[in-house]
Design a protein around this ligand. Structure first.
Ligand code: UN1
Length: 510
């Protein structure tokens, strides 16, 4: 397989794209945060990082901005998000391409990520007129009880490299219509797309007018220390953090210590079950995208597959063929389906997991490196591993394209196996048997935050709440009523009678 990346000047193109998006080329040089493109492994920028003191100051300014922003009516706040969506529509091609360069996503996935941003903006614009509470029956005559939702404060956003812009937008669009300010610490691996979003947002603010305060949604370019400042700052009311379970174990307790809110979106070890009645053509396509798409670097990537023994021999050879023929290569070309891993550490982790799987009796197809003349770029053949049973490393998330396949014969037993891992993000079942699909979605079925039937584990739409259970952290972002985490709820009881009855029949006559 020849996957040589044609000699395009990636660094030059990056600078040009960023200029079009509103980031000056002077901002891209002279710093100590070295940014590389996984496409070739070469350096594309060297950014200056923020000091802890300046990070704290930025948060203080965001808090002042919050105090002004919360007074702007919700539907008017929605107008800012509408303009953000417009700017994203106008710059979809450039931002999508920048995502491909900085993360290594294939063109349709780079563009798809920007589409996800546009979608959540549309959702949030509608939401800006629907931030409603309930009126509740009260036991006291002449009283009214209701709940009101108020803006919360400064929202800290910590995002991962793999969805470098969409995850920010899920948080930003909701936080902004909810009347919050937000401060974003992007992954150190993907700061350029963050700078691009900041510039796009600033343009929306300019068009919006004077009632948007300064410093409403800044970006902190920095390392882990900048993230720590965000997590520990007393004026940050909520931190929405996406990343590994290890990261969540550090962030969660720190937030709990100061009673700040957390929306944690951590690891996934997502599984699919292929049942005897499954449409195998459909399952094959869904499995291929779920497991190999985005080079296995989605938190929703399909990592474990349980196949009923009556269809195992029909499915496995076809799956193997898909693995052997999938086009791995330069993600800037539309002919590639699988781009590079983000870096060497990802490659090493993949090799380690495959070695361990072999030691436990796993039969590995693929998994080897694809050389392309760029020693610092890490392309791999996606790996399919037939495992005799679910033992480590199957029970752990390795952020790379490895699909572990196991046979099952008993439905109850496979449901137990399905749920027998730490993470609980996404899951799917392929079946035409109603009893099986309903059981999977039911009380004692999949224990994940996302459970699908006859579609894969990845590629969720923004309209649903996104997140998972157990070691995935329990947070929900994006659609449905995820907005409630970004606001504070007040229960209000109003007495419009001339008496003062006490609840629960208590009497206290003075
Ligand atoms: C992630 O990998 O962090 O459902 C987010 C999906 C995408 C989002 C993934 N819409 O795969």
């Amino acid at each position: 397989m020849n996957i040589a990346v044609k000699s395009i000047d990636i660094a030059k193109e990056t600078t040009e794209l960023l200029a079009k998006l509103g980031v000056a080329k002077e901002a891209l040089v002279g710093g100590d945060l070295i940014v590389r493109s996984p496409v070739t492994g070469e350096q594309i920028a060297a950014l200056k990082t923020i000091s802890p003191a300046d990070a704290a100051k930025t948060i203080d300014t965001a808090h002042t901005a919050f105090q002004a922003w919360r007074m702007v009516p919700g539907p008017r706040r929605g107008e800012l998000v509408r303009l953000l969506g417009e700017e994203l529509r106008a710059h979809k091609a450039e931002l999508g391409r920048l995502v491909s360069i900085e993360v290594g996503k294939i063109p349709s996935e780079g563009l798809g990520e920007v589409q996800e941003m546009i979608d959540i903006c549309d959702f949030a614009v509608g939401l800006s007129r629907q931030l409603y509470g309930l009126t509740i029956a009260t036991e006291r005559p002449g009283h009214r009880m209701m709940e009101t939702w108020h803006p919360l404060g400064v929202v800290g956003v910590i995002s991962a490299f793999n969805f470098p812009v969409a995850v920010w937008s899920w948080n930003a669009a909701l936080a902004l219509v909810c009347g919050d300010a937000l401060v974003w610490k992007p992954s150190e691996k993907t700061p350029l797309t963050a700078l691009a979003c900041e510039a796009i947002f600033k343009r929306a603010v300019k068009r919006f007018g004077n009632d948007a305060p300064q410093g409403l949604a800044p970006v902190l370019i920095g390392d882990r220390v900048a993230g720590e400042v965000l997590v520990d700052h007393p004026k940050v009311a909520l931190v929405s953090a996406t990343g590994s379970t290890r990261m969540g174990r550090e962030v969660g307790p720190r937030l709990a210590k100061r009673f700040a809110r957390a929306v944690l979106e951590l690891g996934g070890n997502n599984a699919g079950i292929v049942c005897p009645t499954a449409d195998l053509d459909m399952a094959l396509r869904a499995i291929a995208f779920g497991a190999m798409g985005t080079a296995g670097q989605r938190c929703t990537t399909l990592r474990r597959l349980f196949v009923h023994d009556s269809v195992y021999d029909a499915l496995l050879p076809r799956l193997k063929k898909a693995y052997e023929s999938v086009s791995v290569g330069n993600p800037l070309e539309t002919s590639s389906l699988v781009g590079p891993l983000i870096d060497k550490a990802a490659f090493d982790a993949m090799q380690k997991a495959l070695k361990e799987a072999s030691a436990h009796g796993g039969k590995v197809t693929g998994g080897t490196r694809v050389e392309n003349g760029h020693p610092d770029a890490y392309y791999v053949h996606p790996a399919l591993v037939e495992m005799p049973k679910q033992v480590a490393p199957v029970t752990e998330e390795t952020f790379a394209p490895i699909l572990y396949v196991m046979k099952y014969s008993d439905f109850d037993a496979v449901l137990d196996e399905h749920n027998a891992v730490g993470a609980g993000l996404s899951s799917s079942i392929f079946t035409r048997d109603l009893q099986e699909s309903e059981r999977f979605l039911g009380v004692d079925g999949s224990d994940c935050g996302i459970a699908n039937v006859n579609i894969g584990t990845s590629g969720a739409e923004i309209g649903g709440a996104f997140g998972g259970e157990k070691e995935t952290g329990g947070g929900r972002e994006s659609g449905s009523d995820a907005w409630k985490a970004y606001m504070r709820r007040a229960t209000n009881t109003v007495n419009y009678s001339k008496a003062l009855p006490l609840a629960q029949g208590v009497s206290f006559d003075i």
